[in-house]
Design a protein around this ligand. Structure first.
Ligand code: G3P
Ligand code: MG
Length: 243
């Protein structure tokens, strides 16, 4: 049985400003097996690592990512909202994240969540796959999305890419994407997983999100899940390593 992987949600969201290089660096320093990041497209079609469709919550700027250029996004302070000590944090591009990870020779998993559930960002799937294929990275890349058309598109662009079905509920009813793409990994919400596990063991490997409480981390470990996606990777690793 493989050990449960600890995957840092939006970097180390609980301890650092989410989806910044600082949060990602923290996640790696504490020994996370993987990181999860979210991506959107800017006005000038750069792949931007940020959670929301707008910059309002996590920067000192305002507006939709898709209406702002990379240069405009780069001027924003993406850390002060979290704590004054992170004033210099910037919104990273996917390219910056990958090169940062390559520089430190990170060998874990990078789960890119394509945030196409509100806006489809036409072409984002091709852009992300093409960029990821540009170079041989020391880490593994996998994809997830709440938008199943995005998962299908990713597979159309690169049939060998690894995708996970991301869902809050009812993912078990989706055995195939399109007519012939089998679902091989589930990224379910914790509440669904807990409910499901009361009655039966999920038939497909799961990486559960967002698992932050010690008792939930322990519960997921007891169910031998493939992965735990958490805002507190250090805490989850401590619990897992004592398990
Ligand atoms: O990929 C798991 C999790 O990140 C999904 O929800 O909203 O935090 O991106 P969200
Ligand atoms: Mg996400």
């Amino acid at each position: 049985m493989n050990q449960t992987k600890i995957i840092a949600h939006r970097g180390s969201k609980g301890t650092h400003p989410e989806n910044t290089l600082e949060a990602i660096e923290e996640a790696i320093q504490v020994g996370s097996d993987g990181i999860e990041i979210d991506v959107h497209l800017s006005l000038d079609k750069e792949i931007i690592v940020i959670h929301d469709e707008t910059v309002d919550r996590t920067t000192d700027g305002k507006g939709r990512v898709q209406d702002l250029t990379l240069m405009e996004l780069k001027k924003m302070d993406a850390g002060s909202w979290f704590s004054p000590e992170y004033t210099n944090c910037r919104i990273p591009t996917l390219k910056e994240v990958f090169y940062f990870l390559a520089e430190i020779d990170y060998k874990g998993l990078v789960n890119i969540e394509l945030k196409t559930d509100h806006y489809s960002y036409p072409g984002i799937e091709e852009k992300v796959i093409t960029f990821a294929a540009e170079k041989k990275w020391p880490f593994t890349v996998e994809y997830s999305s709440f938008n199943y058309q995005t998962l299908i598109r990713l597979k159309e662009v690169d049939s060998s890419c690894k995708i996970a079905l991301l869902f809050e509920n009812n993912g078990e009813n989706v055995a195939f994407l399109g007519s012939d793409i089998p679902v091989r990994m589930w990224h379910p919400k914790l509440s669904w997983f807990k409910n499901k596990s009361l009655f039966e063991t999920p038939e497909i490997p799961v990486r559960v999100w967002t698992v932050n409480k010690s008792k939930d981390i322990q519960y997921c470990l007891s169910k031998q899940v493939a992965g735990i996606i958490t805002d507190y990777p250090q805490k989850a690793l401590e619990i897992r390593n004592k398990w």
